[in-house]
Design a protein around this ligand. Structure first.
Ligand SMILES: NC(=O)c1ccc[n+]([C@@H]2O[C@H](COP(=O)([O-])OP(=O)(O)OC[C@H]3O[C@@H](n4cnc5c(N)ncnc54)[C@H](OP(=O)(O)O)[C@@H]3O)[C@@H](O)[C@H]2O)c1
Length: 268
């Protein structure tokens, strides 16, 4: 229904997983797409897929946690397209080596997870907003983890919760400049990375059983909503926190954790 023709959209971490799905959705709606990430090979691959959809694509290699790389991304986008209409703050994750129960988390693990999922996302949004002199749309990719207990990934959930809170303050402070800010909170979306964790039939089945729509998400489930949020059709939507989770409000790991604790008979 909506078109993004003539709009320039930046997708951080847009070459893999959910980000790749978002990049492709933007292209299908006709946007010029700028994709960032650290992995040059993945960037080349997604650029070829985007151009095959008949849109202009630019890739900018860099680490989103570095201020100079964020600035380079903005600069390169403005040099090539002259404007940033949409900014999708998608880059994020928590490496298996950086997660664990709260009583084991050290400061290094905390910093790596919070720096990427909160600090970098905030300063990327700030830099994008400063460049949006004619208004624009920022979408923060949050997580269902933002709203519920997350045994084993508590600091990740806390970072996403803070990002959702900031989404509403960004929307409040930048609205008068024509900048809309929203957050999208996916449930479990099967990506190549997640497939390494959900690597058995029974693990996948346990997750699917928590989803009313009876399947896990795919990267293609998230992009269309982001495209809508960048489009003019969503011009009165700002400060919204939108779940996309097949109707499931049971966070990954929560049931499993309770099950393990109960099985051990440990209620301390
Ligand atoms: N998959 C899920 O079930 C799920 C659920 C809820 C929320 N989310 C959120 O959705 C977003 C995408 O997750 P995903 O599952 O698609 O993750 P993923 O497959 O691990 O991909 C993460 C993306 O972020 C980029 N990235 C990571 N660290 C970066 C850094 N320091 N600098 C630049 N780019 C960086 C990666 O690119 P490079 O490797 O090239 O740097 C990659 O493109 C994240 O914000 C995540 O928290 C995911």
């Amino acid at each position: 229904m909506f078109s993004l023709k003539g709009k320039t959209v930046v997708v951080t971490g847009g070459a893999k997983g959910i980000g790749r799905g978002i990049s492709l959705a933007m292209a299908r709606c006709g946007a010029q797409v700028v994709v960032s990430g650290r992995d040059a090979q993945a960037l080349d691959a997604v650029a070829a897929q985007l151009r095959a959809l008949d849109v202009e694509a630019l890739t900018v290699q860099g680490d989103i946690t570095r201020a100079d790389d964020r600035q380079r991304l903005i600069q390169a986008t403005l040099e090539r397209f002259g404007v940033i209409n949409g900014w999708i703050n998608n880059a994020g994750s928590a490496a298996p080596s950086d997660v664990g129960p709260l009583d084991t988390i050290d400061e290094g693990q905390w910093d790596r997870v919070v720096d990427l999922n909160l600090k970098a996302a905030f300063f990327a949004a700030q830099a994008a907003a400063r460049s949006m002199t004619q208004g624009g749309s920022i979408v923060n990719i949050s997580s269902r983890s933002a709203s519920y207990p997350n045994p084993g990934t508590g600091h990740y959930g806390a970072a996403k919760a803070a990002l959702e809170n900031l989404t509403r303050t960004m929307a409040a402070e930048w609205g008068h400049r024509g900048i809309r800010v929203n957050a999208v909170a996916p449930g479990v979306v099967m990506t190549d990375e997640l497939a390494k964790v959900f690597n058995t039939e029974s693990r996948i089945r346990r997750q699917v059983e928590t989803v009313p729509l009876q399947r896990l998400g795919t990267p293609d489930d998230i992009g269309p909503l982001c495209a809508y949020l960048v489009s003019d059709e969503s011009s009165w939507t700002s400060g919204a926190l939108i779940p996309v989770n097949g109707g499931s409000f049971v966070p990954m790991g929560y049931l499993g954790y309770l099950h393990r604790v109960n099985a051990q008979g440990n209620n301390t």
